[in-house]
Every structure is written in structure tokens, then in C-alpha cells.
Design a protein around this ligand. Sequence first.
Ligand SMILES: C[S@@+](CC[C@H](N)C(=O)[O-])C[C@H]1O[C@@H](n2cnc3c(N)ncnc32)[C@H](O)[C@@H]1O
Length: 234
Amino acid sequence: MPAIVLPGPAFLPPSDFLPRPTADGSLTLHSEALGEHYHSMFGAVAESEHVYIRQGFGSCVKQHLDLLEVGLGTGLNALLTLVEAQRSGRQVNYLALEPFPLPPDVIGALDHPGSIGRPDLAGTFHRLMSAAPDETLSPFPGSTFRRSLARVQDLEMKAAFDLVYFDAFAPKVQPEMWTADVFRMLYAAMRPGALLVTYCAKGDVRRAMRDAGLMPELVQGPPGKYKMLKAFRP
Ligand SMILES: C[S@@+](CC[C@H](N)C(=O)[O-])C[C@H]1O[C@@H](n2cnc3c(N)ncnc32)[C@H](O)[C@@H]1O
């Protein structure tokens, strides 16, 4: 008789996430129950700047780009990207998926604008993080920001993005995020030539990406991590 496969329990983030300082002085959230944090303990800002800004936004050549983030979390990647777009004179349409949004006061307590040396953006950042789901805001001229409560597994958009930030919790915590099925949906959502970046460099993840048709490549990782992944849609 064939084995009966029951669906696993649905993921629900625990409620014990608390602020914790990381090695570069910026704050992240840590959960004792989950044994997981939102960013690297070697530096939250250092990790975001390396993985998503330098290896992602910085290596995408388009002047005007459509960007998808999987896992808005505390909004650090979004803040850094919008600031970098403004600084470099590029325009970004930023869509962030987050089915488990954090309360704006929890995000505010991390003081990301202060950590990146832009305390003047505290009000703008608060408005972005407390915007209604699916409301499109224009924090800087030419750029837009929208957050959605959709899960990546429910993404139906096709050939819509030039760049994807894949910032899920680690595979040991949320294995269902790192499957070939999820990467197939992202492949379909990416335009030919589009790039996906993630902090993870695991062999299983690389294989899942390849099974989905993406072309993963190991590149230098952020502080405290030897490698990370960049994957192109051919
Ligand atoms: C590592 S954290 C993201 C950190 C974030 N990028 C930042 O800058 O703070 C992972 C995020 O993925 C979110 N997430 C969990 N399941 C998801 C799903 N099915 N689709 C999209 N995001 C999901 C979590 O709620 C969490 O906020």
C-alpha cells in the first residue's frame, strides 16, 4: 500500500522574538523558541549590505527595475535598497511579501534608520512599515514600495521581476521555503536574465534551484560566512 503523506504543520513564527545586538552594532530579532534570528549575528546591516545591496542591487544593470523581496521582516533590505536607489539615481519598484508582518513598534525599536546613518529617514521608514497591505507608496521620486500579505507559495506573477531577494528563515527552520517548487514559481516570476540572491549557500538549495531551471553560482559571503548564492534565470 502506498505511504500516506500528511501535510506538515503550517509554519507560524513564535511570539518570543526580542531585539538583540549583532557584531556591527545593528540590531536584529532573536527567538529562543525557534533558535533563529532575522539577520546574521555577524552584523545585520553588514549582511544586508553585502548579500542584497552589493551582490544583488549593485550587480543588476537595469536603471529602472522591478524587485521582489521574499520575507520583508524588519524592512532592513527594503530601507537599504530605497536609499541606494536614491543615492545612485536609479528607480526601483519594490514588492515585499510578508505573510507574518511585525508590529511597526517592534520594527521601530530596532532603529534601522539610525543604524545605517540615516536617522532623518525614521518617519519615512515608519510610514512604509505601517502602510496598509497592497498600498503603493512613493518614498523617493521615481521609486515605489508595496508590501503584500501573500506567501511566496501563492505568487502568481509571471516574468515581472528583474531582481529577487530571497530572505527566508534558514532551511532547518522553514524547509518548505527552499524547495524546487518554490524556486519554480520564482523562475516563472522572473524575467529572462533576472537575478535572485540569497544568504544561503547549501548544496540542497543549489540543487533545488537547478531543478527549477535557475543557474546558481557560489560567490563570496557576508562577514562570518564563506559563501552565498546568486542564481540567474537564463
Ligand atoms: C529572515 S526573515 C527576513 C528578514 C528581512 N528581509 C529583513 O530585512 O528584516 C524571514 C521572513 O520570511 C517571512 N516568511 C515566512 N514564511 C513566508 C512565506 N511563505 N512567504 C514569504 N515570506 C515568508 C517571515 O515571516 C520572516 O519575516
